[in-house]
Design a protein around this ligand. Structure first.
Ligand SMILES: NC(=O)c1ccc[n+]([C@@H]2O[C@H](COP(=O)([O-])OP(=O)(O)OC[C@H]3O[C@@H](n4cnc5c(N)ncnc54)[C@H](OP(=O)(O)O)[C@@H]3O)[C@@H](O)[C@H]2O)c1
Length: 226
């Protein structure tokens, strides 16, 4: 099995890569700088292959799809993990829309563009899965205000999950959103749970059996309200 993880140089993406490698998979360890990808892959060891991928860059995205096709011969699992701007400092009523736009570029359009680029490879896979790493902050059901850029971008990502799941169901591509919970990373800060626990639910969605769910939103393998 071949997986690609975005933002795999630190935090949850790095740990997801480690856990997938533990299953004997080949993992494309991507990061927005070549050096960060190389260092991360070196830390992870055998089976980890570094690639530069800034998810905001159409050129990087195309290059990654090309490398997957020509050097690795396919892709089974895409983990859209990279994200920015947990904007606890602002509220929707006064939000800086440039900040919102920047968050959308990385948290929504990046994953969307990447799925489109690798879709022929996923369609050709025998066990294709897409995991969109989301957040309860993107749940419309629980939304009351605060962290507007982050929350709106994750709500958009959840909508993308629903649409892709519907459109790709017939091709056997399982597409789900997963919230890792509050995790002690650079984004989550101290006090969150260990990164291995946050990553486990993402790995679960990456390794679903063929009759597993699609178009769902999960935390620790349990459904979350949209
Ligand atoms: N931590 C939590 O409590 C928590 C809770 C709910 C959801 N999540 C979600 O879990 C995922 C991982 O979060 P985390 O806590 O591991 O965050 P993190 O520690 O801040 O790591 C974010 C990762 O995304 C990468 N990244 C940012 N912009 C990128 C871009 N344009 N292209 C490629 N990579 C980019 C970062 O790379 P650089 O090193 O280059 O910046 C880094 O590797 C995110 O989707 C986040 O929203 C986290």
């Amino acid at each position: 099995m071949i997986a690609l993880v975005t933002g795999a140089n630190r935090g949850i993406g790095h740990e997801v890569s480690r856990q997938l490698l533990g299953l004997g998979w080949t993992v494309l360890v991507t990061a927005r700088s070549e050096r960060a990808a190389r260092e991360a892959a070196a830390r992870l060891g055998a089976g980890a292959h570094p690639l530069r991928l800034d998810v905001r860059s159409p050129a990087d995205t195309e290059a990654v799809a090309r490398v997957l096709r020509e050097r690795f011969g396919g892709l089974d699992v895409l983990v859209n993990n990279a994200a920015i701007t947990y904007d606890t400092w602002q509220r929707a009523v006064g939000a800086d829309l440039d900040v919102v736009r920047e968050a959308m570029e990385t948290n929504l359009y990046g994953p969307w563009r990447l799925v489109q680029a690798v879709l022929p490879l996923l369609r050709a896979s025998r066990r294709p899965r897409v995991v969109n790493v989301s957040s309860e902050g993107g749940s419309l059901a629980g939304m009351t205000g605060g962290t507007p850029a982050y929350s709106v971008s994750k709500a958009g990502l959840n909508a993308l999950t629903r649409m892709l799941a519907g459109e790709l169901r017939a091709d056997g591509v399982l597409v789900n959103s997963v919230c890792p919970g509050w995790v002690a990373t650079d984004m989550g800060g101290p006090g969150g749970r260990p990164v291995a626990e946050g990553a486990a639910g993402i790995v679960w969605a990456a390794t679903l059996p063929d009759d597993g769910p699609t178009g769902g939103f999960f935390h620790d393998e349990r459904p979350l309200p949209w």
